[in-house]
Write a protein that binds this ligand. Structure first.
Ligand code: FMN
Length: 174
């Protein structure tokens, strides 16, 4: 099978990560996949912030947990040892969300291709909205808003979730 299609088909939202770190070069390679994404008018309105530090992961997870009424960062970040925050340039244009979403999809496929599991989470967005000092602490540049985080790591469960079934009725050949 084509290797790219194979990686697309094997991706799933991992919600149980081992503590083992993902090598920094691998994280950077995953982030580079985002740079290759198409964007409206080629504006590339994104920044990809690679987060590995445990204290920073916890700070983001704790703030998001508070916003979502969860008990702890673990319920938001599922124990992931790293994440890539996907931030979009402000002021937001009509396609900023689409652009960062497409780039995020590429990150997840790149991760799968490199043997790293991922989960896209929107919950950290609220953390940055609630605590404006968090952005500087985490390294989000001024003028950028965090839209999504891609949690990254290695699956902890012995019985990982299967990729979701593909529904062919959602393809319409007109
Ligand atoms: C924009 C977006 C936001 C998401 N936010 C969360 C989240 O906050 N927490 C979470 O556990 N999963 C989140 N997910 C993961 C979805 O729940 C998951 O992709 C969906 O259930 C389909 O499962 P699959 O990824 O295994 O195919 C998000 C996914 C997307 C695309």
């Amino acid at each position: 099978m084509n290797q790219t299609l194979d990686a697309i088909g094997r991706r799933y939202a991992c919600r149980s990560f081992q503590e083992s770190p993902v090598p920094r070069d691998t994280l950077k390679e995953i982030a580079r996949a985002g740079l290759a994404a198409p964007s409206a008018m080629g504006r590339e309105p994104w920044r990809f912030i690679v987060v590995e530090r445990t204290d920073v992961m916890t700070a983001v997870g704790d703030a998001a947990a508070k916003g979502f009424g969860k008990a702890s960062a673990a319920e938001i970040l599922y124990g992931a040892p790293a994440m890539i925050l996907v931030a979009g340039q402000e002021p937001e244009g009509p396609f900023t969300g689409v652009d960062v979403g497409i780039a995020t999809g590429l990150l997840t496929v790149a991760a799968t291709a490199l043997g790293v599991q991922s989960c896209v989470v929107a919950s950290p967005q609220a953390a940055f909205q609630q605590d404006p000092s968090l952005a500087a602490r985490v390294g989000v540049p001024a003028g950028f808003k965090v839209w999504l985080a891609v949690l990254l790591g290695y699956e902890a469960s012995c019985t990982p979730k299967a990729p979701h079934p593909l529904d062919p009725t959602k393809i319409i050949c007109a």
